[in-house]
Design a protein around this ligand. Sequence first.
Ligand code: 26W
Length: 817
Amino acid sequence: MFALMDRFLKNDPISLQNDILDHVEYTMARSRFSFDDFEAYQALSHSVRDRLIERWHDTQIYFKRKDPKRIYFLSLEFLMGRSLSNSVINLGIRDQYAEALSQLGFEFEVLAEQEGDAALGNGGLARLSACQMDSLATLDYPAWGYGLRYQYGLFRQVIMDGFQHEQPDYWLNFGNPWEIERIHLTYPVKFYGSVEDETLNGEIYKVWIPGEMVEAVAYDNLIPGYGTRNTITLRLWAAKPSDQYDMESYNTGDYINAVVSRQKAESISSVLYPDDRSYQGKELRLKQQYFFVSASVQDIIRRFKDAHSNFDEFPEKVALQLNDTHPSLAIVEVMRILVDEEHLDWNKAWHIVCQIFSFTTHTVIAEGLEKIPVDLLGSLLPRHLQIMYEINFNFVEELKKKIGLDYNRLSRMSIVEEGAVKSIRSANLSIVCSHTVNGVSRAHLELIKANVFKDFYELWPQKFQYKTNGVTQRRWIVVSNPSLSSLISKWLGTEAWVRDVELLTGLREYAANPDLQLEWKMVRKVNKMRLAEYIEAMSGLKVSLDAMFDVQIKRIHEYKRQLLNILGIIHRYDCIKNMEKSDRRKVVPRVCIIGGKAAPGYEIAKKIIKLWHAVAEKINNDSDVGDLLKLVFIPDYNVSVAELVIPGADLSQHISTAGNEASGTGSMKFLMNGCLLLATEDGSTVEIIEEIGVDNMFLFGARVHDVPVLREKGVDLKVNLQFARVVRMVRDGYFGFKDYFKSLCDTVEVGKDFYLLGSDFGGYLEAQAAADKTFVDQEKWTRMSILSTAGSGRFSSDRTIEDYAKTWGIEPCRCPF
Ligand code: 26W
């Protein structure tokens, strides 16, 4: 044992310093006497990575020895953000590093800022995956994440004259110390071609003769748990040309073109699709999905076969989680390998498949469900299409026995959709082949049971469950808000809440304690200062720290109703303008902050961004208003920006039309940081209310069951004069760009106002007024703020993962070394 301990790198500041300097010299090839912040960051990262590798090796050896049931988490998107701070905190050596660096003349925080974000995802779904990886590692589960190593992450948003422009995010430009390239860990992935019959020992098997072959290379990203040695793997695949690729073209003598076309293989993993709304049935997207799924499934089966001689135990050793329908081809790929390559009997293979997959859906609307045109699938993956047809045939035959010849229902439930464009319904495939279908909040499950998956729910009610989303308190409190973190530990007398977040409820008894209140306010003020400095550096705008910082950061979508926020601000502005000067003293000053990206092809969302800027231009330059109202747009919103903004927010808005947000996870991060919520009763907010109480937040708006009635009824604009007035101001060109905003205004006209901005406007203004009133009473506000943090424990991804673990049938496997 002693020899084993000796092997480990040492973590005292002197050893850390030496390691950093060694990396400066031998990894960066710079002089150890002269290097800049970026080089210091890189050397530091390499030294952290060395420590991660030690733990990772031990964990993997231990998993191999114990051979527990493993969970494989398949997701096309992971929004990991930065790794440095998170890693050193989970390793428990942040302070040692800070000391080592300060002796070298560097500040840890400054170096941490050098790191760019890994933005391999769009929004909620992708960040959820990242939080869940952190929880899986921390809770010692034998887990693997699988995804794609895009060369271009989510586009960078640049605002020019108030318009969004998209720029490529070539995030690998300066290297990536956090990944380990496994050049020898590769799998061939096939595309196109044809299917032929082959006879072997008197049996006929299908053989897929591919038309194209690409190599998948593994890049491992190490995910350390907190308070444990366990360090798990997020394995991302990159596409490389295969040596077997297109040999034909070399023989034609056109060498240059053959090489160029070979190089195209890499394009499969080159770019993340920036749309989180609609499926376009693009071939490249389908290629990406299959590429990552095929490599992952091959890897999973290889690992299983290393320890087992047949597939009987497969379901006891393997669980696969489908993060939305994007990886649903994995189902068919497992079938194909078991039947065509491992020569298992179809029924046996099917029995295995039905025990290993679970599926989580992240959307509420039928239009958000993925469809793959059959023509596209048949050409790209001919054998998979055959397998899907066979699965569907068997399913429909079984279904007929249960429900009879109800053709409408049969055709709705069929995996194959007939119609103008014959398509595969990925959700139906996923439901049919999974043992569990999860919603992401209780309200979400109710919605899918009643709407999109009603037929399936009636058939298999026991399959349908929910696992309310959560976020990791390690990143969203400890990394992003260290002073709040210390304050919490001081008052609870322990740091144990970082692993056991329910302990936060212990803060409740001190919510009215003047000493805690004072310290709480101090911490919040310092965070506001940090945010104010960022705003000034970014936009030149000076904002008052006495103002309420009111934040809405998330993807721009009509259903998330950033437009309601803007119209509310216009109303506030209008009121200030029409007030007696002496009355203006009573106005609670606000800094309204918004941030978020619009999908590049989403015109209305882009107009919302422009409207924000047009309104900001007018208000921020109006001397009647001054500090009473300031508007800020935070460009290029991403994980690291969120880490800065959330701790500095007083109020945050989660105001989607009820019935549209499957869960919402941003609200949970604000809640943990003691920010009050202004929200509708949508998605996970319903459960947040149960934890912290209606009195500790500002609620408004239609509820789910009101929505169809209100849509039908419409709002009489004569009744809702305030709403009519603000929309008219935009329409009449009060903020300029009259023609450009016309179509945006049209979306909220009577009869067209699908997201019910008109009918919710009155309630929204009342909720905002209630927030103003409370803000004046700082004692009350601070109490509500403390109670928000205290009640946030249920929304940790640790709890979500414990819920999932039961469904997956996995147990912790803690590395003892
Ligand atoms: C290409 C089309 C596409 C891509 C991504 C459609 C839909 C998606 C995602 C499923 C959208 C998404 O991120 N959904 C969000 O998932 C979060 C995590 O469960 C929830 O908290 C959000 O409410 C939900 O909108």
